[in-house]
Design a protein. Structure first.
Length: 128
């Protein structure tokens, strides 16, 4: 088990993402900002190219295409499968800044059964 939002957790998540289908055009540089956690705010980023998670690190990504900001509680609920990410966005629980078209290019990934399986496997290794 890896502590949620630790670099160890991000590294294990990246390994679990291996083998996801190639999805041409599903490319974005995503910055995540999780606010109000027990240890303070956490920033991490994903670099996704053609559906492949190439980089997943703590810190700030210079020139991110999109920044997603959410509270620690909402992010934890999304990760645990208790809150649908799309519903959270529509309810204003996830603030999005930047190139929304880039974010939309990832929908084929997030709506796929392979991504759901990936999320389930990440949840299995996550310690909240």
């Amino acid at each position: 088990m890896a502590k949620w939002l630790s670099q160890e957790w991000l590294d294990q998540s990246t390994r679990l993402a291996a083998g996801q289908p190639v999805r041409p055009g599903a490319t974005a540089r995503l910055q995540y900002v999780i606010t109000g956690g027990p240890d303070g705010d956490v920033s991490y980023y994903w670099v996704v190219e053609d559906g492949q998670l190439l980089e997943n690190r703590l810190g700030v990504l210079e020139e991110a295409d999109v920044t997603l900001t959410e509270t620690w509680d909402d992010a934890r609920r999304i990760q645990a499968g208790e809150l649908d990410a799309n519903a959270a966005f529509l309810q204003g629980k996830v603030a999005v800044a930047g190139d929304v078209a880039k974010l939309m290019s990832l929908l084929p990934i997030t709506m796929s059964p392979e991504f759901k399986e990936f999320q389930d496997r990440v949840l299995e290794i996550t310690e909240f």
